[in-house]
Design a protein around this ligand. Structure first.
Ligand code: LLP
Length: 432
């Protein structure tokens, strides 16, 4: 992620055209965000239904005419209303825990469209996923193959599996969100994959159905995907030559979004390039699975926050807001950059200063944006943009802060999809 830079007061809006200025006010679809903050309080996450569906439509266009299943990566934003929206629009789901499985089912998701990724599935999670009949387990180690075989035989089922291959491809992204390199904990090394498939073939509780990879997140180039595809197809050919049919190829997720002027390929352009490569290598008929998360929801959401205090100083000016690293952990965790803009246009005479926008949490790492040019006063409200992915789903209760409320906007309508957490919720499960 790029270094901090000054945000021009009238920056481009990632999230446009669904996010736009109307009569001096920031609106998401047809809803004025300042009014929503008044109604529901802050911090408040607000998502655009149309923006999510438009992002999905780009994938659907790109994969039109192919046997392809888009499995939304639940971890990006696991709120039930978002899952329901994507499920009803035809998505399957990529899950990484028993909790995500239950969320998908609670939101009406179809078990037969769920793929289960992750390196540490417990026997109980495996059993439950087998009972409900998920589409595929993406297995990440030999030990997991053996465990899944035992669990499946134990409950009289056969587990459909893919092996997640670590193709050793550099996705050119932040080290914490790069997953397809040899040093990462994910997947089975490319040069051990064939052996792992041979092992899986011998296990009666397993049925090989596919192959899987995921090389990282916030990827902004086509190159790493093409490289991973080449590496995967080599393997598919070797595995099939060995007599093990591979039904589907799962290419994972990872497509980046525009936070700060990045220009990742559009989902349909990415898939045009990938399908061309598949066709050229004679694999055009393959069933495909993909696992996009961030690119479906990231730019469909914003987080609204109110300025509590201004604290100008000798070295730094601090703009203290009521959202913090517990609500928006990405800046603290990855030095991530999110645009921050006011909800109302500043009065013409107001002065623009450079501010560090920080939260109330007692950590110096609790900042949302550094060196941002803003004309702000206490009581003003700001929007942290590109906050639809990996914000609410990573939110915590650190400093005993309750988690924010969430609203889904549809045209001129706004619907509360998560009530603000109540203080008593925080110690509900504690024993004195
Ligand atoms: N499939 C698997 C197996 C994954 O591990 C991930 C993300 C995805 C799909 C979805 O990737 P996406 O399309 O969203 O890039 N918290 C970090 C991102 C972590 C991503 C982890 N894996 C962040 O805020 O940047």
């Amino acid at each position: 992620m790029k270094p901090q830079t000054v945000d021009p007061p009238r920056a481009r809006l990632p999230g446009a055209p669904f996010l736009a200025w109307q009569g001096g006010e920031l609106q998401l679809e047809g809803v004025a965000l300042d009014q929503l903050a008044t109604t529901h309080g802050t911090p408040l996450f607000v998502y655009s239904r149309a923006a999510i569906l438009a992002a999905l439509a780009a994938y659907q266009r790109g994969l039109a005419g192919r046997d392809a299943l888009i499995c939304y990566a639940v971890k990006a934003n696991s709120s039930l209303a978002i899952l329901k929206l994507l499920g009803e629009a035809g998505c399957g789901f990529d899950i990484v825990s028993g909790g995500e499985l239950e969320r998908v089912l609670a939101a009406g998701g179809v078990a037969g469209k769920i793929v289960f990724s992750g390196i540490g599935k417990t026997p109980a999670e495996m059993r439950r996923a087998l009972e409900v009949g998920i589409r595929c387990f993406n297995v990440e180690s030999l030990a997991e193959l053996d465990q899944l075989d035992r669990v499946a035989r134990d409950c009289g089922r056969v587990a459909p599996i893919s092996i997640r291959v670590n193709p050793n491809v550099d996705a050119h992204t932040h080290p914490y969100i790069s997953t397809g390199l040899k040093g990462n904990k994910f997947g089975i090394a490319h040069d051990q994959a064939l052996q792992a498939y041979r092992h899986a073939r011998g296990l009666p509780g397993l049925r090989v159905t596919g192959i899987d990879c995921h090389i990282g997140s916030q990827i902004t180039e086509v190159g790493p995907y093409l490289e991973a595809m080449d590496r995967l197809l080599e393997l598919v050919e070797a595995i099939e030559a060995d007599g093990i049919p591979i039904h589907h190829i799962d290419f994972g997720g990872g497509l980046g979004i525009d936070y700060q002027g990045e220009s990742p390929p559009a989902a349909d352009a990415l898939w045009a390039a990938l399908l061309a490569r598949l066709d050229a290598r004679g694999h055009g008929q393959r069933a495909l699975v993909i696992e996009p998360g961030r690119s479906l929801v990231g730019n469909a959401g914003v987080c609204l926050t109110e300025v509590l205090y201004l604290k100008p100083g000798e070295q730094k000016n601090f703009c203290i807001v009521d959202a913090a690293m517990n609500d928006l952990p990405r800046p603290a965790l990855y030095q991530a950059w999110h645009a921050i803009v006011p909800l109302r246009e500043a009065a013409p005479q107001s002065a623009t200063l450079t501010w560090d926008v920080v939260g109330p949490v007692c950590e110096s790492g609790d900042w949302l944006g550094r060196d941002r040019a803003l004309a702000v006063r206490a009581g003003d409200r700001l929007a942290v943009l590109s906050a639809g992915a990996y914000c609410m789903s990573m939110a915590s209760n650190y400093n005993s802060r309750t988690r924010a409320a969430e609203v889904l906007v549809d045209g001129s309508q706004a619907r509360l999809i998560r009530r603000r957490e109540q203080l008593a919720d925080l110690w509900r499960d504690e024993l004195v």
